[in-house]
Design a protein around this ligand. Structure first.
Ligand SMILES: *Cc1c(COP(=O)(O)O)cnc(C)c1O
Length: 468
């Protein structure tokens, strides 16, 4: 299978060539030339598979330039009970007839991003070793991505992680998750500033091609294709657990999770609706309701109680838009240039927007008050404690639920990560999974720096040259 760019200007390349890349050279995102289609017999055979077997059946189609035996070993090493807490990996709970919760947050950092990043860690190590390369991952985090990436890459050979986080802006739990890691290949940089300062510094570093090449800088951001591919697997797992067609309610920010559902549907999985749930930062909900995609200015982005969905622009949306324009990269490039110039793209009344209905996407949004009410309701009705992001999905899912179609709500993080909102909703402490009891008391390893690109580059350069 070869991968092309959404903007039509990159040479087709195999999986292991695009794995370590961020954007395609033409500024687009990589995706497969065409989606593999599964026939009824193949789908039936998948039904009884364990999670690792299913992951292998699906990922072998996307990563077909990794020898089958090696890919299988990497997958078997990733999706274990030790790492994800159960053999199911992503268990499905039935809350009432036709209403399900898909647990995606039982990995090491307690957020759904672990499902993809734990695999990425092993894939990176394999490909770097094979190509005799080293990689220095530089990233910015407002909370979940940083810890998930660090837990995935800690102790891995030939890779170091430099993670920028806004000093004093994360929950004590989130900061401790990252800063307590003692692995020599993990570097935490707490920036005196806000998340946007961290992201701007990472962008400045990625934009300095000479620096990037000299210090072998890479990324594990949400546009990485392997992350999407790994997330396709649990849509299959959930449909099989539910017994057939299902709709999914997906708390969304960068559109990676719900886009994986789109891919699963294109591969032949019977999915009803893909219900995109946003918080007050509703760029995606606005698009699906009106056809207008309006990027928010940084100052317009609201700090909410579901912070992992506080985004101005959804990076994976470009992959979905590629299908809306009939997989015509030149056409999409034109539209995106217009979006860049004008800050808004209005597709209302166009054939592009009419295609949305055929893809099954619908949407809704949620507020802080909705989150509190939903957390209370789910606790009272089912005795299940959900986190604020999951609550956004649940609220919108119930609003858009269709009679007779099973609804699967995705659990994207554990409540322990967001104790403040849980206390506000339920007047009690969330329980902590085993191993996290004393997290905030562990010794921390973090470098505090000004929001200064020069200083941070200097630090990265010194650390990367020491390691060679
Ligand atoms: C990242 C994240 C999301 C949003 O997922 P996308 O793939 O970016 O849409 C939702 N909930 C939690 C807890 C997250 O960490």
């Amino acid at each position: 299978m070869l991968y092309v760019s959404t903007r039509g200007g990159a040479r087709p390349q195999p999986f292991t060539e695009i794995l370590l890349e961020g954007l395609a050279p033409d500024g687009g995102l990589f995706l497969p030339e065409s989606f593999p289609k599964l026939g009824p017999a193949e789908l039936a055979a998948m039904r009884g598979m364990s999670y690792p077997e299913l992951a292998f059946a699906i990922l072998a189609k996307f990563a077909d330039d990794i020898p089958a035996g090696a890919l299988k070993r990497l997958i078997d090493k990733t999706y274990t009970k030790e790492i994800f807490g159960s053999d199911d990996i992503t268990p499905v709970e039935e809350l009432e007839p036709g209403l399900f919760l898909l647990d995606l947050s039982n990995g090491p950092s307690l957020a759904f991003k672990d499902i993809a990043l734990q695999l990425i860690g092993n894939l990176f190590e394999y490909v770097l070793e094979k190509h005799g390369k080293r990689l220095n991952v530089v990233g910015a985090t407002s909370g979940d991505t940083g810890s998930s990436a660090e837990y995935a890459l800690r102790g891995k050979k030939n890779v170091q992680v430099f993670m920028l986080s806004p000093q004093g802006r994360m929950s004590a739990f989130q900061a401790a998750q990252m800063y307590s890691l003692q692995d020599a290949n993990i570097f935490n940089i707490a920036v005196r500033g806000v998340f946007d300062d961290c992201q701007d510094i990472v962008k400045a570093i990625s934009g300095d091609f000479a620096f990037k090449a000299r210090h072998r800088i890479g990324a594990v951001n949400s546009i990485n294709w392997a992350r999407v591919a790994a997330q396709v697997v649990y849509y299959f797992k959930a449909c099989f657990a539910v017994g057939g067609e299902a709709s999914f309610a997906v708390p969304s920010g960068n559109f990676g999770n719900v886009y994986a559902g789109h891919v699963a549907r294109r591969m032949g999985l019977p999915i009803g609706k893909l219900i995109v749930a946003t918080n007050e930062n509703d760029v995606l909900d606005e698009f699906f309701r009106t056809g207008r995609y309006r990027v928010r200015k940084a100052a317009e982005v609201k700090a909410t109680s579901s912070p992992s969905m506080d985004i101005s622009k959804s990076s994976n949306f470009e992959r979905y838009a590629y299908d809306l324009v009939g997989r015509d990269g030149a056409k999409l490039r034109g539209l995106l240039e217009k979006l860049e110039r004008e800050g808004v793209l209005d597709l209302a009344g166009t054939d592009y927007f009419r295609r949305v209905a055929g893809t099954g996407f619908i949407s809704g949004s949620s507020t802080h008050a909705d989150r509190l009410a939903t957390i209370r309701r789910v606790w009272k009705d089912y005795g299940v404690m959900i986190d604020p992001h999951t609550a956004d999905g649940f609220k919108v899912g119930l609003e858009r639920r269709e009679q007779g179609v099973p609804l699967v709500c995705m659990e994207t993080a554990q409540p322990a990560k967001f104790a403040e909102t849980i206390r506000e909703a339920l007047e009690r402490e969330p329980s902590r999974p085993a191993g996290f009891e004393n997290l905030e008391k562990l010794p921390q390893r973090v470098e505090v720096m000004d929001a200064d690109v020069g200083q941070i580059k200097h630090y990265i350069a010194a650390a990367t040259s020491r390691s060679v």
